[in-house]
Design a protein around this ligand. Sequence first.
Ligand SMILES: [Zn+2]
Length: 121
Amino acid sequence: MTSADTEHFREALLDERQRVEHALATLRDEHPGSLDDEVEEVAADNHLAETASATLGREIDYSLGDNAEQVLSEIDAALQCIEDGTYGTCTNCGDEIPRERLEANPWAALCIDCKRRAEAG
Ligand SMILES: [Zn+2]
């Protein structure tokens, strides 16, 4: 990978990082309270159906938040790899990660084979 390539992916990573951080900030702004508070308030109004939907909505938001934080840490790890000069190689087997995989997923730390193996457990 040339330094121009690395620069290209660094920018992609920084862009993505900003986007994810913004999404996380929005998530937190929209839901400043805890889930328990919200359910208690709704339950006090005696709208049981709303309690269920509030809980469901929060669970979805939380999983999005978890996912965003996960992506954020993967982006940071990839940026660190750029600093270290190891970007674009699989952190597991050391093989080169295909360019098209990095274009689709600039924070990918594993080659496709290792990723599949990791997902298989
Ligand atoms: Zn690998």
